[in-house]
Design a protein around this ligand. Structure first.
Ligand code: MLT
Length: 271
């Protein structure tokens, strides 16, 4: 896509981040097992009004990998240090998809002064069930033995809706490319981190900042009812559903999602 990533040493690793535009900082935090490129449409749209920061998280994209377990708190600490290193002094609008949302909870908990607003896309507040943890362990096993190619195609039906798959084949192609370019150790480390992540359901009432919860109507992984209940518990939250799309709503329906983000961001800036 021809955009240059900045190299930044953060908590002992080399992290890559795309920084585009100027204005209030908008931090775009990708889902699993992807990288900053999932936000391409949002980067293009929002760089005219915001400083868009789109990092590759530890173990993903062009950022260095660490073995073992990478917790959601570790990702949040990486992002906080990254912002410090980039001299971003203003509190950020934190926009996270799925795993990016799990990281948002930790960022809110540990760095509240660095946060201005939240955009939570296709994510959840609860931790994993036992069955969920077992599925993660199975995926780790498969990926460590056979590489990301062994999971990429089978993930697609959970990531995008049937109609997105039929009508926009490039979306699945891009996702497969992102998944297959991810290192197996990076996948395993964050998968372990997600398996042991905290349950934030009891903390939602304490989130006072403006929040947008946005979900695809066909999302299988973090379905609309989960997002709607979650949003109803955050005092200053708006809930929006994008029809006909799945878990990767920002990639599947970029125009609608950008419009929703835009309305929300305008309202935040008027606060
Ligand atoms: C994601 O899109 O980041 C994943 O679905 C998160 C998860 O595996 O829970």
């Amino acid at each position: 896509m021809g955009q240059e990533l900045i190299d930044q040493t953060v908590n002992g690793i080399k992290m890559k981040v795309l920084v585009e535009g100027s204005g209030p900082p908008l931090l775009l935090v990708h889902g699993f097992p992807l990288n900053h490129r999932m936000w391409q449409s949002q980067i293009e749209y929002f760089k005219n009004e915001f400083t868009v920061l789109a990092p590759d998280l530890r173990g993903f994209g062009a950022t260095e990998i660490t073995r073992g377990t990478v917790t959601m708190k570790q990702h949040a600490e990486d992002l906080h240090m990254l912002l410090n290193e980039l001299n971003v002094e203003e509190p950020v609008i934190f926009c996270g998809l799925s795993m990016g949302g799990y990281i948002a909870w930790e960022f809110w908990k540990h760095f509240p002064d660095s946060l201005r607003a939240l955009i939570l896309c296709d994510t959840r507040d609860g931790s994993d069930t036992e069955a969920g943890i077992n599925n993660r362990l199975k995926m780790i096993d498969l990926v460590m033995k056979h590489g990301p190619e062994s999971i990429s195609s089978s993930m697609i039906p959970n990531l995008i809706s049937e109609s997105s798959h039929q009508n926009y084949p490039d979306i699945a192609k891009n996702l497969i490319q992102m998944i297959e370019s991810t290192d197996r150790e990076g996948i395993a480390a964050s998968q372990r981190g997600m398996a042991e992540r905290n349950d934030f359901s009891e903390e939602l009432r304490g989130i006072q900042i403006p929040t947008l919860c946005i979900v695809g109507s066909e999302d299988q992984l973090t379905p609309p009812d989960v997002m709607k209940t979650m949003s109803s518990q955050i005092p200053n939250s708006k809930y929006t559903q994008i029809s006909g799309v799945g878990h990767m709503a920002p990639m599947e329906a970029p125009a609608e999602v950008n419009q929703e983000f835009h309305h929300f961001l305008v309202s935040c800036r008027m606060n």
